[in-house]
Design a protein around this ligand. Structure first.
Ligand SMILES: [Cu+2]
Length: 377
């Protein structure tokens, strides 16, 4: 029966093909597990043409000189640039700090405690996945070589091995528990409530720009729009990330960053500060933000919010406390102690009218009535 034999051989070759296909699929899956995750986490990098004109890694005070004073004066409110040691001019960014860089595969360097914790967890997970993938790949290769039809013509008929089954159930459970502990820890950290001493700053998403207001400092608001690419590059800032007025905050102290929106849902996200919070109209979301060192940190609106969603970047400038205070003053802002001082000064003034000038017996003057004089019915 030649027809049947042909059928048999084609079935056999099909089965052989399937076997090979499965092996390749498993190899591919292992590779994806090992490297895909990290790639998915990688920050999208800017086209090399978009990249920042090289800015030497200098400390902020020296970097300030790089900006043309005329340009600097244009960056913030003109009032912001005042004479004297405390005058503000926008800090020059350091390439690779607080921004994506060309060819970067990993997440950006982190400048908050949560960010560094999350980064360490991420790297630990990548290693764990790599080890597991390599281990599974090695087992697969061993089986392919040692137990193929040629090397092992009479297969074993073993179907159970209690010890191995217990091990391959318990070990993955332990691995998952080991991952869950820091993972839940990270989740809890991100919900940490800012303390009472935290400085409140509010970011509001608009179509399509950001507004930053300072409720603790007299409620003034800064409006922040994206700079043209050419202008940004001319100022030594990354294209499509630079803005005219930055969100200026103090470094090294807890900030209660409140996020909301005026029209549609936006999202306030700065990767290098491990900060992402949805800006929802009619709702005030807040999170603790503590930036470890002064610097410029870039982010973007991360919720599809309409036609110009891609053009509402975020630039956070963290300043040392004294410089931030000077900046607030230059914007016309106040501090809580101003009110206290004003109240104290008022209390220490002599009374405007001496008590002896009151007419004796006049209504409201003298002692409180001792008997009920209200009309009775
Ligand atoms: Cu938006």
């Amino acid at each position: 029966m030649p027809v049947k034999r042909d059928n048999m051989s084609s079935i056999q070759s099909l089965a052989a093909h399937r076997g090979a296909f499965r092996i390749f699929a498993a190899l591919f899956a292992a590779l994806v597990l090992a490297f895909g995750f990290q790639a998915a986490y990688a920050q999208s990098t800017l086209e090399s043409g978009d990249l920042v004109a090289p800015v030497p890694a200098v400390t902020p005070p020296a970097a300030l000189e790089q900006i043309d004073p005329a340009v600097a004066a244009d960056v913030a409110d003109p009032d912001a640039v005042v004479a004297g040691a405390d005058s503000y001019s926008p800090m020059a960014p350091v390439e690779g700090k607080g921004m994506p860089s060309d060819g970067l595969l990993d997440i950006q360097d982190q400048f908050s405690e949560d960010g560094r914790f999350a980064y360490d967890l991420h790297i630990g997970l990548v290693w764990m996945m790599t080890l597991i993938s390599v281990f599974v790949l090695a087992l697969l290769l061993y089986v392919v070589v040692r137990f193929n039809r040629k090397a092992n013509p009479v297969p074993s008929k073993t179907t159970h091995n209690t010890l191995i089954e217990v091990v391959w159930t318990v070990v993955p459970v332990l691995i998952l528990v080991a991952i869950a502990i820091p993972s839940i820890g990270l989740l809890a950290r991100q919900y940490e409530v800012p303390g009472e001493d935290a400085i409140t700053i509010k970011a509001t998403g608009y179509q399509w720009y950001w507004g930053y207001s300072y409720p603790d400092n007299g409620e003034f608001e800064i409006i922040s729009n994206m700079l043209d690419e050419e202008e940004a590059l001319a100022r030594g800032e990354p294209g499509q990330l630079a803005v005219d007025n930055r969100l200026v905050v103090p470094a090294g102290v807890p900030i209660r960053l409140q996020v909301t929106a005026a029209d549609v849902i936006h999202s306030f996200a700065v990767p290098s500060l491990w900060f992402k919070l949805d800006a929802v109209p009619g709702r005030l979301n807040e999170r603790l933000l503590e930036i470890e060192e002064p610097g410029v940190y870039y982010g973007q609106c991360s919720e599809l919010c309409g036609a110009r969603h891609a053009y509402m970047p975020i630039a956070v400038e963290a300043l040392p406390m004294n410089e931030w205070r000077a900046w607030v003053r230059a914007q016309g802002g106040t501090f809580p102690e101003d009110e206290a001082a004003a109240a104290e000064a008022e209390a220490s003034l002599p009374p405007l009218q001496g008590p002896e000038s009151a007419v004796p017996g006049a209504p409201g003057a003298g002692a409180a009535p001792t008997e009920d004089t209200s009309p009775t019915t």
